[in-house]
Design a protein around this ligand. Structure first.
Ligand SMILES: CC(C)(COP(=O)(O)OP(=O)(O)OC[C@H]1O[C@@H](n2cnc3c(N)ncnc32)[C@H](O)[C@@H]1OP(=O)(O)O)[C@@H](O)C(=O)NCCC(=O)NCCS
Length: 180
């Protein structure tokens, strides 16, 4: 359960610059390609402190989710999942059909949220105008070590069942079962 004093807001340009600096200090996370002018970030605050964030870069009807990070002492509280959902909602609202991401270390986390691994070449083709992919294209050795994932978030999103199908495969007529 996330405490009530935590909320998610969009970062302004000054805060995107701060996040870039923090990513550099954290290490093992990409920061060099982060352009505070051409990216959007949503941050989770605990009171006044910034404790987590996620970035989004758009390329037409494709979106890149990037730089997801939760401060270690705030992990496993559902903040990362909420930020991914925020980025997906924003991407869909901005006209994206698919959200892609690069992740060598947190693939299992994203797979648990419906992302599927796709060839790096697919992600690069989809996002070829984003700062992160342009940065990688100049460094093919780093790109070849990457792992990429994708999730459909737009109008082509697969329908999810709202309840489990009965074991005999037959749905009961509406109103025949318990309500509430
Ligand atoms: C990945 C990360 C953002 C998750 O943040 P979080 O706020 O703890 O996320 P949530 O609380 O919503 O979900 C936590 C769940 O994800 C799982 N998880 C976290 N990192 C994982 C990983 N690398 N692989 C698989 N599962 C992972 C946790 O075990 C936990 O599982 P549980 O709910 O069964 O206990 C955070 O661990 C982090 O900042 N990691 C370092 C940066 C990073 O790898 N970012 C992704 C780069 S694209």
């Amino acid at each position: 359960m996330v405490p009530d004093q935590q909320w998610i807001v969009e970062a302004n340009q000054a805060e995107r610059s701060e996040i870039r600096d923090e990513l550099r200090q954290i290490g093992r996370m990409m920061w060099e390609d982060l352009d505070p002018l051409n990216s959007r970030f949503w941050v989770c605050r605990d009171g006044v402190r910034r404790i987590a964030w996620v970035g989004l870069e758009m390329d037409g009807a494709k979106a890149l989710l990037r730089s997801l990070y939760t401060a270690p002492q705030h992990r496993k509280l559902g903040i990362g999942r909420r930020l991914v959902q925020t980025a997906e909602d924003q991407a869909a609202a901005l006209g994206a059909n698919e959200v892609y991401l690069f992740s060598t270390g947190a693939g299992g986390f994203f797979q648990s949220l419906g992302y599927v691994e796709v060839p790096v070449s697919e992600a690069v083709a989809a996002l070829r105008h984003t700062p992160q992919v342009l940065w990688y294209l100049a460094r093919p050795d780093l790109l070849s070590a990457e792992v990429t994932f994708c999730k459909v978030v737009g109008p082509n999103r697969p329908l999810q069942p709202t309840r489990a199908a009965p074991s005999n495969g037959q749905w009961e007529p509406a109103g025949s079962g318990p309500r509430g």
